[in-house]
Ligand binder design. Structure first.
Ligand code: ACO
Length: 430
C-alpha cells in the first residue's frame, strides 16, 4: 500500500483515500470525498475517532500523559509562566517577549471594567441563579455594547474581541458571585495582577482592606494554566461548531460555556465535591459502596472525576494538582477531610478490576475542586473557574477555525434508521 494512501474495500473497486500526516500523534484518513465517490458515510457517535480539523494549538498523548500547548509541556508552563503569558501563547502561537508581555498585560488590565449598564444585568438575575448561567448570558451581553463584535472582519477587531473577553470575564464571574451572596460589587483596580484582581473582586468587602495571599495567587495562576486548553474537547468543539456558521466569538464562547457546565465535562469539578461530601456526611455512602455504584450497569451514577476520552493513563493536569495540593494546604495552614476521602477513593478505584480494565484514572476535575475549596471558593463557582481558565483555549480555537481555509460549517451526516416513506393517515384512522 502507498505510504500516503489508505485503501477501503467496499466490494467494488477499492477506494483510495489520502492519509494526512501529523507532527505528533496518529495520522488521519481523509474521508471527505467518501460520500460523493463511494456513496458511504462514516459512523462515529461522539466523534471519538474523528479529527475535526488540523490544529496547531494543543497536543495530548493520552497513553503517555503528555499535554503540550504550542509544543511546551504543561508542567513547565505551570511552573514558570503567568496565566496571561500562556493565554498569549495559545492565541498567537508563540511566547511573548518582555515588552510584548508587559503591553499585553497592561492591555488586558485596562479593559477589565464592565460597562456600568451591566450592573442592571446582574441585578435582574435571581440570587439563586447558578453562576454558570449568569456567566454564559453575560458573555453574550458584553458584546451588545460593542457593535463591531457582532461580525468582526479585520484581524485587529478579532484581537480586540479576544482581549475584551479575557479582560472582562473575571469581573463578570466575581459580580455573579457577589450578587449571589448579596454583597456589593467590587470594581477592578489596575494596580493588581489579573489573578489578584479577580480574588479582590470575589472576596473584598467595603469593611476592610483585602490582601490576596501570595500562596493563593500562585495556586490559582497554576490552576488557570492547567485548564487553559485541551484540544477538541466538548466545549471547544462546541465553540468551533457554533463559530463554523460564522457566528461571532462572544456567542460561540457563550455556547461553549453551556457545554462546559455539564457534569460529564467541566461541571464534574462541582459533582466531585458533592460526591465526596456525601461520603463524608452520609454513613450509608462508604468508599466501597460508591465504587460499587459506579460499576453497577443498572445505575447511571459514575465516579465523578474519573475517566477521560483521551487519557488511558493519569491526566498530567491531575498529577500537577495532586503534587501541589499538600503545598497549598501547608501554605494556607488548613486541612480538608475531603482530600483524605479523595485519596482513599482513588486508591480503591485504581485497585479495582473494573477501573483497571477500562483504564479509568483521575482526571483534572478529581482534585481541582479540593484545591479551589482550600483557596476559599464556593462549590458553585468551580466550573466558572474552569471557564476563566479555558477561555484563551476557546478563543484560540475560534481564531484558528476562522482563518483555516479547510473550515466548513459543521454539519455531520446521519444513518437514518426511522420509518421509510409512508402515507399520512387521516386523524380518525390513527
Ligand atoms: N465511572 C464509572 N464507569 C466509567 C466512568 C466513571 N467515571 N467513566 C467511564 N466509565 C466506563 C463506562 O461505563 C464504559 O464502560 P463499559 O465499557 O462497560 O460500557 C467505559 O468506562 C468507557 O466509558 P465511555 O463513557 O464510553 O467513555 P467516554 O470517553 O465516552 O467518556 C467521560 C468519558 C465522559 C469523561 C467518562 O469517563 C465520565 O463520564 N467520567 C465521569 C465524569 C467526569 O469526570 N468528567 C470530566 C472529564 S474531564 C473534563 O471534561 C475536563
Amino acid at each position: 500500500m502507498n505510504e500516503h494512501k489508505a485503501q477501503l474495500d467496499l466490494g467494488d473497486e477499492p477506494v483510495e483515500l489520502d492519509v494526512l500526516e501529523p507532527t505528533l500523534g496518529l495520522p488521519g484518513i481523509d474521508t471527505r470525498t467518501l460520500r460523493s465517490t463511494a456513496h458511504h458515510v462514516t459512523f462515529d457517535p461522539g466523534f471519538g475517532n474523528t479529527a475535526a480539523a488540523r490544529s496547531t494549538i494543543t497536543y495530548v498523548d493520552g497513553a503517555k500523559s503528555i499535554l503540550l500547548y504550542r509544543g511546551y509541556r504543561i508542567e513547565d508552563l505551570a511552573r514558570d509562566c503567568t496565566f496571561l503569558e500562556v493565554a498569549y501563547l495559545l492565541l498567537y502561537g508563540r511566547l511573548p517577549n518582555e515588552a510584548e508581555l508587559s503591553a499585553w498585560t497592561a492591555d488586558i488590565t485596562n479593559h477589565a471594567l464592565l460597562n456600568e449598564e451591566m450592573r442592571s444585568f446582574f441585578d435582574a438575575f435571581p440570587r439563586r441563579a447558578h453562576p454558570m448561567a449568569v456567566l454564559s448570558s453575560a458573555t453574550n451581553a458584553i458584546s451588545t455594547f460593542y457593535d463591531v463584535y457582532r461580525r468582526p472582519t479585520r484581524p485587529s477587531e478579532i484581537d480586540a474581541g479576544a482581549r475584551t473577553l479575557i479582560a472582562k470575564l473575571p469581573t463578570v464571574a466575581a459580580w455573579a458571585y457577589k450578587k449571589s451572596i448579596g454583597e456589593p460589587y467590587v470594581y477592578p483596580d489596575n494596580q493588581y495582577s489579573y489573578v489578584e484582581n479577580f480574588l479582590r473582586m470575589m472576596f473584598a468587602t467595603p469593611l476592610e482592606e483585602f490582601r490576596a495571599d501570595p500562596a493563593v495567587v500562585k495556586a490559582l495562576n497554576v490552576l488557570l494554566i492547567l485548564h487553559a486548553d485541551h484540544e477538541m474537547n466538548c466545549s471547544t468543539s462546541t465553540v468551533r461548531g457554533v463559530g463554523s456558521s460564522r457566528a461571532n466569538m462572544f456567542t460561540s464562547v457563550a455556547a461553549g460555556m453551556g457545554a462546559l457546565w455539564g457534569p460529564l465535562h467541566g461541571g464534574a469539578n462541582q459533582s466531585v465535591i458533592e460526591m465526596l461530601q456525601t461520603i463524608h456526611d452520609d454513613p450509608s455512602a462508604t468508599i466501597q459502596s460508591t465504587v460499587d455504584r459506579a460499576k453497577d450497569p443498572n445505575d447511571d451514577f459514575r465516579l465523578m472525576g474519573f475517566g477521560h476520552r483521551v487519557y488511558t493513563n493519569l491526566d498530567p493536569r491531575a498529577k500537577v494538582i495532586r503534587e501541589f495540593a499538600s503545598d497549598v494546604f501547608a501554605a494556607m495552614n488548613t486541612t480538608d477531610p475531603l482530600l483524605e476521602i479523595a485519596q482513599e477513593l482513588e486508591q480503591a478505584a485504581r485497585a479495582d478490576d473494573y477501573f483497571i480494565e477500562r483504564n479509568l484514572y483521575p482526571n483534572i476535575d478529581f482534585y481541582s475542586g479540593i484545591i479551589f475549596r482550600a483557596l476559599g471558593f464556593p462549590t458553585r463557582m468551580f466550573t466558572v473557574l474552569f471557564a476563566i481558565g479555558r477561555l484563551p483555549g476557546w478563543i484560540a480555537h475560534w481564531m484558528e477555525m476562522n482563518t483555516d481555509p479547510e473550515t466548513r460549517i459543521m454539519r455531520p451526516r446521519q444513518i437514518y434508521v426511522g420509518e421509510a416513506e409512508r402515507p399520512l393517515p387521516r386523524i380518525e384512522d390513527r
